[in-house]
Design a protein around this ligand. Structure first.
Ligand code: C2E
Ligand code: MG
Ligand code: MG
Ligand code: MG
Length: 283
């Protein structure tokens, strides 16, 4: 009875917060409308396989083009959407767009995986596996062309359930990345427990390489850890040639950042890819 009371307490508490936060309710309503009115789109940013220079994959990043407010960056609406079930709608939109885009690129002989960011509430949502399986089936795309980026916190909350979901998705040949590595929970347990293919080293450690001493140590250690565990290391936020050279020298596998390209609308990415022949060679 005591446990039940506590549970009710918590529900009432959170419901109260949401009810009083009318600003948020209005905002979420606007965001929901944005999906229907076509104000959301995905941009794509390449990731480079450092040893060969080949474009390894792209990351799909959401953009909201608001009719009055202009471009709203994801940091201003994703965290708010994550507090409600609206995030599931946004993720569905992102997955649908990304998987459709994989098919579009085939006509240009662009055959690379697309990585989609997913949130805490997506992986543990009971319909998530079916959503993905149905989309892949609907568009005729193999799971090897889909990567999912998750932050450390997602897995830690319920490791057993996360693992079960990832293992199911893995059977579709989907691969998984830990995003913003080094900024979340400090437990490293999930690295050997969960079927992770990529670690994305957070840009806060990468941006000022190699001049920033702490960044150097953290990136070197993470690349070594990843290598030893058979996981590929991806550096995000590579903004200059010095960082890229440093990453190449320490054996980092993959680089992503403004040095190579900003996130681009699909058509612009197509041009970028065709212009460089799918290969980035730093000057
Ligand atoms: P993230 O997944 O870590 O994505 C990388 C972010 O770094 C992107 O910001 C990208 O534009 C930015 N970036 C890439 N290269 C550089 C660089 O060289 N320098 C700097 N300073 N920044 C760089 P963006 O697009 O604003 O997205 C921010 C975050 O919003 C993402 O971080 C991700 O957590 C979230 N997000 C974006 N799109 C989605 C989505 O479709 N679904 C979900 N759940 N989250 C999303
Ligand atoms: Mg990401
Ligand atoms: Mg990140
Ligand atoms: Mg992030």
């Amino acid at each position: 009875a005591v446990a039940q009371e506590r549970k009710i307490d918590r529900v009432t508490y959170s419901a109260e917060i949401k009810l009083h936060d009318t600003g948020n309710v209005a905002f979420l309503g606007e965001l929901k409308k944005a999906i229907a009115e076509g104000e959301l789109s995905m941009h794509y940013q390449p990731k480079i396989d450092i040893p060969t220079g080949n474009i390894h994959s792209v990351e799909a990043l959401m953009r909201w083009n608001h009719p009055e407010k202009g471009n709203i960056p994801p940091c201003l609406f994703i965290p708010r959407a994550e507090q409600s079930t609206l995030i599931n709608l946004l993720t569905e939109f992102a997955l649908d767009e990304a998987i459709k885009q994989i098919v579009q690129w085939r006509q240009y002989d662009i055959n690379i995986p697309v990585a989609v960011n997913i949130s805490i509430n997506d992986l543990l949502h009971p319909g998530f596996y079916n959503l993905i399986a149905n989309l892949l089936d609907k568009y005729g795309v193999s799971g090897e062309f889909l990567e999912l980026e998750l932050t450390e916190g997602v897995m830690i909350i319920d490791m057993e359930k996360s693992n079960a979901e990832l293992m199911k998705l893995k059977k579709l040949n989907i691969s998984f990345s830990i995003d913003d590595f080094g900024t979340g929970y400090s437990s490293l347990q999930y690295l050997h427990l969960l079927p992770i293919s990529f670690i994305k080293i957070d840009q806060s450690f990468v941006r000022r390489l190699p001049s920033e001493r702490h960044g150097v140590s953290i990136v070197e250690a993470t690349v070594m850890l990843a290598n030893k565990m058979g996981i590929k290391a991806i550096a995000e936020g590579v903004e200059n040639k010095e960082s890229y050279d440093f990453l190449e020298n320490i054996g980092c596998d993959i680089a992503q950042g403004y040095l190579i390209s900003r996130p681009l609308p699909a058509d612009d990415f197509t041009k970028f890819y065709l212009q460089c022949g799918g290969r980035y060679l730093p000057a």
